[in-house]
Design a protein around this ligand. Structure first.
Ligand code: GLU
Length: 306
């Protein structure tokens, strides 16, 4: 009989990418993860996911922090910047390579497009495994990939129920370090969730399809798997997730209480109308006292009325 691993104390996080100002979709993720942490008397951390440097917008990180402050969020410690964590990601990649789990890949995008036969679960093509057994003669590694297997990987999401994926057919061996030398999101987020001792990941359901990759990485690196809750994401009438790419409106700090009320309602909370014109602190007082995780719609997306 193996002894059960004691649960970690609750630690949640909000992990925005500084590619522009926070919008309503990001507020929903921040509110959901923050209130779940408060409901568990846990800690809540903020991490700036700025590894994809070409997508960073100068000043967006400071703007995000100011917006979180204006909206009354309180987090534990300093904001962790992924751009300062290169050594930790390199150590994780070394560990995986030494264990024979990660390998160098010489394939160009075009070569993958010419040889791949299956679409990947979140767009693009599943990597066909060309360099899995070694680099072709005369070629050198451009990117680093993690080996996956063809078994089903399932986890229980607190909101979305059982989610399962076969990494080999749905994704293929995936990138840890990109051909341009940048660290891939999947590696950075996995290493940092462990580093920050995150017990509970509460984030948008647009990341549901990434979670099996992160769990596989955790297992390869000997990490624990946090609990996951994927919140419905706000979508526009065309069914697209509200994002900086779909030009979602930036949050308006001068209407913070009303914006918070909208985010709480989006998450199924029955907020009294009087709070729309209240102070931010009053909205948080109400939310702390009335937060009902069970009322969150168990859906992956909700279309916002225009
Ligand atoms: N940085 C990601 C985003 O802004 C979130 C990653 C996560 O929560 O795991 O969409």
């Amino acid at each position: 009989m193996t002894a059960a691993t004691p649960a970690r104390p609750y630690r949640g996080r909000f992990a925005p990418s500084p590619t522009g100002p926070l919008h309503f979709g990001s507020l929903v993720a921040a509110v959901g993860s923050y209130l779940d942490a408060l409901a568990h008397a846990g800690e809540w951390l903020v991490r700036m996911e700025d590894v994809d440097t070409p997508r960073n917008v100068p000043g967006a990180d400071a703007d995000i922090v100011r917006t979180l402050e204006a909206f009354g969020f309180e987090w534990e410690g300093e904001v962790l910047y992924q751009s300062k964590r290169g050594e930790a990601y390199a150590a994780a990649l070394d560990q995986l390579t030494a264990a024979g789990l990660a390998y160098g890949c010489a394939c160009s995008r075009k070569e993958i497009a010419d040889s791949a036969t299956r679409p990947a679960i979140d767009g693009g093509l599943a990597y066909p495994g060309t360099c899995r057994h070694g680099l072709p003669a005369g070629r050198s590694a451009r990117a680093w990939r993690l080996r996956v297997d063809d078994q089903s990987l399932a986890f229980e999401d607190r909101l979305q129920g059982t989610v399962s994926q076969c990494l080999e057919s749905d994704v293929g061996d995936f990138v840890l370090r990109r051909a341009d030398g940048l660290w891939a999101y999947q590696l950075a987020v996995t290493v940092d969730d462990e580093f920050q001792q995150i017990s509970d990941v509460v984030r948008g359901a647009d990341l549901l399809a990434s979670t099996p990759r992160q769990i596989h990485l955790q297992r390869c690196l000997g990490y624990r798997t946090p609990r996951y809750a994927h919140l419905p994401v706000a979508a526009n009438a065309a069914g697209e997730k509200l994002s900086k790419q779909t030009l979602a409106r930036a949050l308006d700090g001068s209407r913070a209480a009303a914006e918070l009320v909208s985010a709480l309602r989006f998450l199924g909370q029955q907020v009294p109308q009087t709070l729309v014109a209240a102070r931010v602190a009053d909205v948080w007082d109400w939310a702390r006292a009335h937060w009902d995780f069970a009322a969150i719609p168990r859906r992956r997306a909700i279309i916002l009325p225009v």
